[in-house]
Design a protein around this ligand. Structure first.
Ligand code: NAD
Length: 250
């Protein structure tokens, strides 16, 4: 991997597991100094700095960003990856659950972005990458609340890109399909037939398998890197063709 991002400093929320951990590795491999902001950053590997941070708590976000400012003195890349799931139709989740998931998945991005804007405005290579989902662009069963938040992330990405383009800050997002992470592992564990459930998830994606966290991380790395200096306000689907393709039956 080339060190095309040497000298840049990155913050990855939810970077201690799954997609976030792969993103942190990708950015580190490309030369970034990486801070992982997570509820449980203990597992963060050597060479990365883990900071305890809850994106649903403004004081916690501000404290973590202040720590980055005082130790690194700059911040160039923000990856808003922290997110939580919810299962059910529109009738199934309580108001409290709607508020809780919205608070992490959408308002968490607003908190992190507004706290880091002063540092990003001072950067010559500023980029924000948000992690949305196939749930933003396709109607999936039993995912009403989660899909609403991820649709919010997609729209927020475009609005932020418009507001920040003249400040030299690019804002983009990725829309992963079903990714093989601990999150999906937990969902499969809850199923009465996890092998059949896994097979159904694989079959739903035209390339016939789950997406890997490294494949999502590579797309995030591209969007975060100065290589994509003319790319803003867009999304990259990393979903094995699930959104865009219509295959004939075999
Ligand atoms: P994961 O559960 O493996 O990891 C999520 C990480 O976020 C954990 O380390 C957790 O501690 C952290 N986190 C949770 N709440 C937090 C909070 N309030 N503040 C800070 N950190 C917090 O999940 P994953 O599968 O790697 O998912 C990461 C992101 O990718 C999420 O935004 C998710 O919606 C999105 N996504 C996942 C999939 C998938 O199939 N796994 C598909 C599309 C999008």
């Amino acid at each position: 991997m080339s060190a095309d991002m040497k000298g840049l400093v990155a913050a990855v929320t939810g970077g201690a597991s799954g997609i976030g951990a792969a993103i942190a590795r990708e950015l580190q491999g490309r030369g970034c100094t990486v801070f992982v902001l997570d509820l449980n950053p203990e597992s963060v590997p050597g060479g990365q700095t883990g900071l305890v941070c809850d994106v649903s708590d403004d004081d916690s976000v501000q404290a973590a960003v202040a720590e980055i400012a005082s130790t690194a003195g700059q911040l160039d890349i923000v990856v808003n990856n922290a997110g939580i799931g919810a299962v059910g139709t529109v009738a199934d989740n309580s108001d409290d659950e709607w508020h809780r998931v919205w608070d992490v998945n959408v308002i968490g991005i607003a908190r992190m972005s507004r706290a880091t804007l002063p540092l990003l405005r001072a950067s010559h290579a500023a980029a924000i990458v948000n992690v949305s989902s196939i749930a933003a662009t396709a109607g999936l069963p039993q995912r009403a609340l989660y899909s609403a938040t991820k649709g919010g992330v997609l729209s927020l990405t475009r609005a932020m890109a418009a507001d920040l383009v003249r400040d030299g800050i690019r804002v983009n997002c990725v829309n992963p399909g079903t990714v093989d992470t601990p999150w999906v592992g937990r969902l499969l564990d809850q199923s009465s037939d996890s092998a059949a459930e896994r097979a159904a998830l694989c079959a739903r994606q035209p390339h016939g398998r789950l997406v890997t966290a490294d494949e999502v991380a590579a797309a995030v790395g591209y969007l975060a890197s100065p290589t994509s200096g003319s790319t803003t306000g867009t999304s990259i689907a990393v979903d094995g063709g699930m959104q865009g393709l219509r295959l004939r039956p075999e």
